[in-house]
Design a protein around this ligand. Structure first.
Ligand SMILES: [Fe+2]
Ligand SMILES: [Fe+2]
Length: 364
């Protein structure tokens, strides 16, 4: 067992340096390297990360799969598929709201509003408009409750992200179990839902580099997860479409919250964050430039939330046995940022287009 673990460590090390033969790497990790904590223990979220430390990223140069002279070559990605946004895409996001059309839509909106109210209450989030013509210093604005501090924003964001990672995992779990139980294919939904769950967890890991919450905050998250996971699990069993609609509305709120955060930063009201370097984990995940700042991170997070908004509202328009239109590709942010959803016909058209692309590139 120890030998297997050691060999894995060697392979990973080899993936970065590609310089030492496999056996030399493995031996070094047992006899010469520092004891265990360098490669085998969980990394802190802000630890210096090399691109491809845990496998090549989608943006890395394609590697040869050929193994020559015992040099291990590892291909793959350490995260699930994730888009890397262009500067134009990052700025093409609009705050949108989908009007409820059916009774189940109305129920989903109402539940999302209740949850938003609960989030606001628990995390102390407030958005009081600054009185026109008010000539107050930043300190006065903060004291008057018109402006939130970086600490207040982190309270809000950490709580929100710890909850946001739940629905995708529940949906993926239930569809996975259904596929096993009925011995039927899933129609491509599981991956998209898992990607969403991982994406939200990466948001949480990114913001955790800025604050280490106390025991009370952690207890609150623990309790909230216990309640929310179970409610969402049973709701998804009853009506997956209503659940996706609910998540779509929750993501509308997330886009709104991060848009406000960006405005506050650009207005100079979050001075600690404006030039704060982006955490290493964020640079690695979104492939940000080396001198990226927290503002770049918030823009990227907002684009992710926009994807969740679009995907969940679109999935809510489908029957649960329909093909997931985003299984093979996803529209770019110019579409997702300005359109709240694909209706069922648009999804069908998108699937047909994807199938044509696959056919065209098939080796004949
Ligand atoms: Fe998120
Ligand atoms: Fe989200």
């Amino acid at each position: 067992m120890l030998a297997v673990v050691a060999c894995r460590a060697g392979l990973r090390r080899g993936a970065v340096s590609s310089a030492a033969p496999l056996f030399a790497s493995a031996r070094r990790s047992i006899t010469m390297g520092p004891p265990r904590q360098d490669k085998l223990t969980t990394k802190k979220s802000d630890e210096q990360a090399f691109p491809g430390t845990e496998g090549a990223h989608i943006k890395d140069q394609p590697r040869s799969t050929e193994i020559a002279n015992n040099k291990p070559e590892v291909t793959g990605d350490w995260v699930l598929f994730h888009p890397v946004y262009s500067p134009e895409e990052l700025r093409s996001v609009e705050v949108l709201h989908r009007e409820a059309k059916t009774a189940s839509d109305k129920f989903a909106v109402a539940f999302a509003k209740v949850l938003r109210w609960g989030f606001d209450l628990v995390s102390g989030y407030k958005h009081k408009p600054i009185p026109p013509g008010a000539n107050m210093s930043l300190e006065e604005l903060q004291k008057g409750g018109y402006v939130m501090t970086e600490h207040d924003w982190l309270n809000r964001i950490l709580f929100l992200e710890s909850i946001a990672g739940v629905p995708g995992m529940v949906g993926a779990t239930l569809r996975h179990l259904k596929s096993l139980r009925l011995m039927r294919r899933d129609a491509g939904w599981i991956h998209t839902l898992l990607e969403e769950a991982e994406n939200e967890r990466m948001h949480l890991m990114t913001f955790m580099t800025l604050r280490n919450p106390g025991i009370l905050f952690r207890a609150l998250i623990l309790g909230a997860q216990g309640v929310f996971y179970n409610i969402f699990f049973f709701s998804y069993l009853l009506s997956p479409r209503t659940c996706h609609r609910f998540v779509g509305h929750l993501e509308e709120e997330a886009v709104l919250t991060y848009t406000r955060c960006i405005k506050e930063m650009e207005a100079g009201r979050l001075p600690v964050w404006v030039d704060h370097p982006a955490p290493e984990i964020a640079k690695d995940y979104w492939r940000l430039r080396p001198n990226a700042t927290m503002l770049d991170v918030i823009y990227a997070v907002r684009s992710d939330e926009t994807t969740h908004r679009f995907v969940n509202h679109s999935l809510a328009n489908l029957k649960t046995d329909d093909i997931n239109p985003f299984a093979l590709r996803e529209p770019n942010m110019h579409v997702k940022g300005r359109t709240v959803e694909f209706d069922r016909d648009a999804s069908k058209h998108y699937v047909e287009e994807s199938q044509e692309i696959v056919e065209k590139h098939k080796p004949h």
